[in-house]
Ligand binder design. Structure first.
Ligand SMILES: Cc1cc2nc3c(=O)[nH]c(=O)nc-3n(C[C@H](O)[C@H](O)[C@H](O)COP(=O)(O)OP(=O)(O)OC[C@H]3O[C@@H](n4cnc5c(N)ncnc54)[C@H](O)[C@@H]3O)c2cc1C
Length: 443
């Protein structure tokens, strides 16, 4: 359990701001913090009154870890604690076939696992108190305010029924960072291609046995698999694929049958599964779909993170993509706000290059996700043999690390202004925690 978001809830929404961000997940919270550091008036709206988010993306890939250090969040990450993942092993039909050691990538930190609430709290805490930053907790997006075809702000609501409060905030840009079921996306009218994937996911946690170490595993048997992720501080986060809309069938067969099926997939985990996986309440369902959009922006409106590009959990890239959107957007948005006259909305054209660049990166990730998903869905005896051979050939291939480097370690730039603001934001106390701090914010 995470502690509630006990910051004093801002009750009064301002009538007007520069940027109004809907959704305080990794994308929205990081963007709000970085914009506030730049002196941009920023309102962050989050419908939840706490940061509790179970079974969300917690895996930060090496480039995200590098960027967070560059942006000055290293001391806060260390103060909270995180777990480094050292290796990832693929096991098919009981035999290890592909092994990647993250320590072999040159000049890359290890990927880390940190609970999403902790990560978001780090961003929110860093933004708290910055001039022009307002955090509206417990308020939900209700509708867009539009004038002459451009978005000019949003209406927000708090509470339900006859006691609900409503307020309107004008902004030069509304950013929809409200996740995979984005209401802002729906209200925008921008076309989205929502594709259900062939399978869904059920997740659960188990205590991590000491001998497990920091190895992530993909355990595959025909068309069933487990993704096992070492999780901070001392557990394993496990995802299991289900046939589409297969949850009802699974439940009808009974919990014991489900648990036995998981135990059979991983004999190493079987004793833990029997001891700790006790009822459906210990599991969490995730419907898997992808959302692709050609346009992420209208005049006065932009979608980022899962709102604009919902990815599948395969390869654990959702949080990374969301944070990269925020980091890349900041200099673009600051330039657009500076260039625009008075209170004019930020035009879609000014965001076009940002959208094109981020879309291309997302498509690259999606291609690999789809390839991996099709491998995992194989069930025929021949298909299973071919898959095993493919993984083994890849494992033996001398260029294996170069291939993985391209997929999971794609770098993204951090603007020099954000680097120097990060340096300034580090308090003398946190700088004293090591000479590395200077290097952390160096370009
Ligand atoms: C079960 C599960 C497992 C996952 N595993 C991984 C993984 O291992 N690695 C990985 O990288 N990714 C993973 N993901 C994906 C990852 O969690 C998301 O890609 C990531 O959180 C996206 O960040 P975001 O900020 O765009 O959206 P979100 O994290 O979804 O944040 C959206 C925020 O908007 C708020 N909100 C929603 N509607 C409104 C509204 N109307 N008004 C105001 N606020 C609103 C929500 O409360 C939320 O705080 C997983 C996702 C799930 C669900």
């Amino acid at each position: 359990m995470t502690r509630p978001d006990d910051r004093p809830a801002q009750t009064a929404a301002p009538e007007e701001t520069d940027v109004l961000i809907i959704g305080g997940g990794p994308a929205g919270s990081l963007l709000a913090c970085l914009l506030a550091r730049r002196g941009i008036r920023t309102v962050l709206v989050e419908k939840q009154t706490n940061l509790e988010r179970s079974f969300r993306g917690e895996t930060l890939a090496a480039p995200s870890v590098t960027s967070l250090h560059k942006l000055g969040f290293g001391p806060a990450l260390r103060a909270h604690g995180f777990l480094e993942t050292t290796t990832v092993t693929t096991v098919t039909e009981g035999r290890p076939v592909l092994h990647v050691d993250y320590r072999r990538f040159r000049d890359q930190p290890l990927p880390i696992d940190i609970p999403q609430p902790a990560l978001i709290r780090i961003f929110n805490d860093a933004a708290e108190g910055l001039p022009g930053y307002v955090y509206l907790s417990g308020w939900s997006f209700s509708s867009l305010m539009e004038e002459d075809g451009a978005v000019r702000g949003a209406e927000l609501v708090r509470g339900r029924g006859s006691t609900a409060e409503r307020t309107r905030v004008r902004a030069r840009l509304v950013v929809g960072a409200d996740g995979r079921f984005s209401k802002v996306r729906k209200a925008s009218g921008l076309p989205a291609d929502i594709e259900p994937m062939a399978r869904d996911f059920l997740s659960f946690k188990l205590p991590r046995p000491p001998e497990w170490g920091q190895d992530a595993q993909l355990i595959v048997d025909h068309d069933r698999h487990l993704v096992v992720l070492p999780t901070f501080p001392d557990s394993l986060r496990i995802g299991h694929n289900l046939p589409k809309r297969g949850l009802a069938t699974l439940r009808r067969a009974g919990f014991a049958a489900f648990r036995d099926g998981i135990a059979a997939l991983s004999p190493a985990l079987a004793p833990l599964v029997r001891e700790h996986l006790l009822s459906w309440d210990d599991t969490s369902f995730l419907e898997i779909f992808t959302a692709e959009m050609e346009q992420w922006a209208r005049d006065g409106l932009l979608l980022i993170g899962d709102a604009s590009h919902t990815a599948t959990p395969i390869l654990g890239q959702g949080v990374n993509l969301a944070m990269q959107d925020a980091i890349t957007l900041v200099p673009v948005l600051v330039a657009a706000l500076d260039a625009g006259a008075g209170r004019q909305p930020v035009g879609a054209g000014e965001l076009a290059d940002f959208v094109a660049g981020r879309r291309a990166h997302k498509m690259h990730v999606t291609r690999f996700q789809r390839m991996q998903e099709s491998q995992l869905a194989v069930s025929s005896p021949r298909g299973v043999r071919v898959r095993r051979l493919r993984y083994r050939l890849l494992n033996a291939f001398p260029g294996k690390y170069r291939i993985f480097d391209k997929v999971i370690n794609a770098q993204h730039p951090v603007d020099p202004v954000d680097l120097s603001l990060a340096q300034a934001a580090l308090s003398p106390g946190s700088r004293a925690d090591g000479a590395s701090t200077q290097a952390e914010v160096a370009p």
